[in-house]
Structures are given as structure tokens and as C-alpha cells.
Design a protein around this ligand. Structure first.
Ligand code: IDP
Ligand code: MG
Length: 139
């Protein structure tokens, strides 16, 4: 199974790329695709379109376009659920000890990582950032 992960601008700015990728690799998630990019407002707005009506939408887009991100396809058994478990709760104050957000996130805006929340959304999000020939067989 595959899922989409984004290391958000705070993770890149704080040089936490390697430490966070290590969490994935040491927990059975392999990297099947990876790139760095700096999203513009249109791209971030389209990616987060599901949140367009939420009060935090403008803050979310502002933050996600504030610097470069690392976008990855992670592959492994139960990749969607496993990644969500490794990430921890959206609000790092509520994230379990030892999760990525508990260890690397500052607040609910700068919360270190994005992860797809269902297998269906994982497919949509992977297609949003990657073409088929950019994804390798990581199994
Ligand atoms: P998730 O990233 O854990 O899946 P979502 O509910 O999908 O959380 O929200 C997307 C992103 O929007 C979050 O990661 C967070 O950065 C931001 N966000 C969510 N809820 C709030 C909020 O109540 N205030 C501010 N930002 C929020
Ligand atoms: Mg989400």
C-alpha cells in the first residue's frame, strides 16, 4: 500500500528532513518517490481544497507556501494507517509521546508533516504530485 507524506516548511527549515525520514524507514515504510518543491498559493489551495471553508484555511495556505517542502510516496503494509500513527495527532500538544508531531512540531499550524487520511485520498494526493514514471517499485 502507498500513502503521501509531506515534510512541511517547518521540518525543512529546522533541518529535520533526515530525522523524520528515519522514522519512516525504521518503521517499515520505504520511499517510492521523493521531491522538493515550493508550492505557490494556487497549488496549495488545490491540494487543500477540502479545507477551503474552514476558518484556518488562509493560515494553512500561508504556512504551506512559506518555504520548500519534501513530498514523498511511502510504501509498506498498511502505509496509510502506519504513517498516521507515526505522525501523531494534528495538534502536537495532543500528539502521543514518541510521535513525529510530538517530537518535531511547534504548534497546530507548523505541525511538521502531512499524511493522507485514507487509501482513496492517498491515491488522489499521490497523483496530485507525481506521475507514474516518478514512482519506483520500493517493495
Ligand atoms: P491532519 O494534517 O492531521 O490530517 P487536517 O484536519 O486534515 O489534519 O488539517 C490539515 C492541516 O490544517 C493540519 O495539519 C493543520 O496544519 C491545519 N489545521 C487543522 N486544524 C486546524 C485548526 O484548528 N487550527 C489551525 N490549523 C489547523
Ligand atoms: Mg488531513
Amino acid at each position: 500500500m502507498q500513502t503521501l507524506s509531506i515534510l512541511k516548511p517547518d521540518s525543512v527549515a529546522k533541518s529535520n528532513i533526515g530525522a523524520i525520514i528515519s522514522r519512516f524507514e525504521s518503521n517499515g515504510l520505504s520511499i517510492a518517490a521523493m521531491k522538493m518543491l515550493h508550492m505557490d498559493e494556487a497549488q496549495a489551495g488545490e491540494f487543500y481544497a477540502i479545507h477551503r471553508e474552514r476558518s484556518f484555511f488562509n493560515d494553512l495556505i500561508h504556512f504551506m507556501t512559506s518555504g520548500p517542502v519534501v513530498v514523498m510516496v511511502l510504501e509498506g503494509d498498511n502505509a496509510v494507517e502506519k504513517n498516521r500513527a507515526l505522525m501523531g495527532a494534528t495538534d502536537p500538544k495532543k500528539a502521543e509521546v514518541g510521535t513525529i508531531r510530538a517530537d518535531f512540531a511547534d504548534n497546530i499550524d507548523a505541525n511538521a508533516v502531512h499524511g493522507s487520511d485514507s487509501e482513496e485520498n492517498a491515491k488522489i494526493e499521490i497523483n496530485f504530485f507525481f506521475s507514474k514514471n516518478e514512482i519506483v517499485n520500493a517493495a
